[in-house]
Design a protein around this ligand. Structure first.
Ligand SMILES: C[S@@+](CC[C@H](N)C(=O)[O-])C[C@H]1O[C@@H](n2cnc3c(N)ncnc32)[C@H](O)[C@@H]1O
Length: 324
């Protein structure tokens, strides 16, 4: 069925008395958008949020394949920090939570070697499929990919020497509960090391967020909601680990640099890869989406290098702790 109806802008979504939507696809888009707007403004439904996370990350998985080099170049510094801070060595058993396309799981699998093993988990089957392909391409047979909600993971107490998570915890509705469970999966003196994004001013790739919100007249998400910046505070991250029962908690920061050939390419990168940002624009009429993405492209101007490239510098905060 071809849908000819142009959906209204976000501001129009909450009007009562709108004409009934003329096709199923539009109804689906409107329902999803209404759900997201209500999550940003009023009630928070963790189950609906996770459904949208699964859908959104599945949706951008092709983009992660397309821009893999850019992501991997930038992310390696963070991965190295996590593997090091978790004290991972040959023969270890490692759990990676929200592994996406398989990082830092693949790096851990190389470090633990054939005598060790890695379980890489994520809520998105499509992201995991890319991770599996990457593991196979690198000849890594000591890594298993499991589709699972981080908040529903279940392992025997003391299963792992280390737990890792790179840019995953901030998308979880119940971080304290999840940390307590992850702690229980660790052997005595096992280590957890996790990275999240730092405050917005330190994360260049997220420059589109205020631009998109302003262009679409959307409110900022209320504090406390899961999202890119939900854990952007090293002190809070350390407190969360300590309150979950970890000892010897330490935190720090490490920079991830993502670079593209032009401002237009950086906007494409954002559209293709950043589910939380792209999702805000999804379902908008073509003319509105074009205007928003044009503004986003303009916003990269301060980051353009003399060669015309765009270089984003992004601060990842990490925290690590030891099990008792
Ligand atoms: C920014 S990506 C990070 C992927 C990878 N670790 C990396 O650093 O490139 C966030 C990942 O969190 C996953 N995710 C979001 N909510 C999740 C949940 N409740 N349980 C497990 N994974 C989740 C998404 O599917 C996505 O792959």
């Amino acid at each position: 069925m071809v849908c000819t109806h142009q959906p209204p802008g976000r501001a129009g979504l909450v009007r009562s008395g709108d004409a009934p939507p003329p096709c199923e696809e539009w109804t689906r888009v409107q329902r999803l958008n209404l759900m997201e707007v209500s999550m940003m403004t009023e009630t928070f439904d963790a189950v609906a949020f996770k459904q949208s996370q699964r859908r959104d990350w599945n949706g951008v998985a092709p983009g992660w394949r397309r821009w893999y080099d850019v992501v991997e170049d930038g992310g390696q510094a963070v991965t190295r920090t996590l593997v090091e801070r978790a004290g991972i060595g040959p023969g270890d058993a490692v759990l990676d939570v929200a592994t996406g396309y398989g990082e830092p799981a693949l790096a851990a699998a190389r470090t633990v070697g054939p005598a060790g093993w890695v379980v890489a988990t994520d809520i998105s089957a499509e992201m995991l499929a890319f991770g599996r392909e990457r593991a196979a391409a690198h000849g890594l047979a000591n890594i298993e990919f499991v589709e699972a909600d981080a908040e529903g993971l279940s392992f025997d107490p003391g299963t792992f020497d280390a737990v890792l998570s790179r840019q995953g915890l901030q998308f979880l509705p119940d971080v304290p509960g999840t940390l307590r469970r992850l702690l229980s999966f660790l052997k005595r003196d096992g280590r957890l090391a996790a990275a999240v994004w730092g405050p917005p001013a330190t994360v260049d790739f997220a420059r589109p967020v205020p631009v998109v919100l302003a262009e679409l007249g959307l409110p900022s998400p209320p504090p406390g909601r899961p999202g890119i910046f939900a854990l952007a505070d090293a002190g809070r991250l350390a407190t969360l680990l300590a309150e979950a029962g970890f000892r010897d908690v330490e935190t720090g920061s490490v920079e991830a640099v993502y670079e593209t050939a032009s401002p237009e390419a950086m906007t494409e990168w954002t559209k293709d890869l950043s589910a939380p940002i792209a999702n805000l624009v999804r379902g908008q009429p073509d003319a509105v989406a074009e205007r928003v993405w044009r503004k986003v492209t303009e916003a990269w101007a301060p980051l353009v290098t003399p060669e015309g490239r765009v270089r984003t510098r992004n601060q990842a905060l990490w925290a690590a702790g030891t099990s008792r």
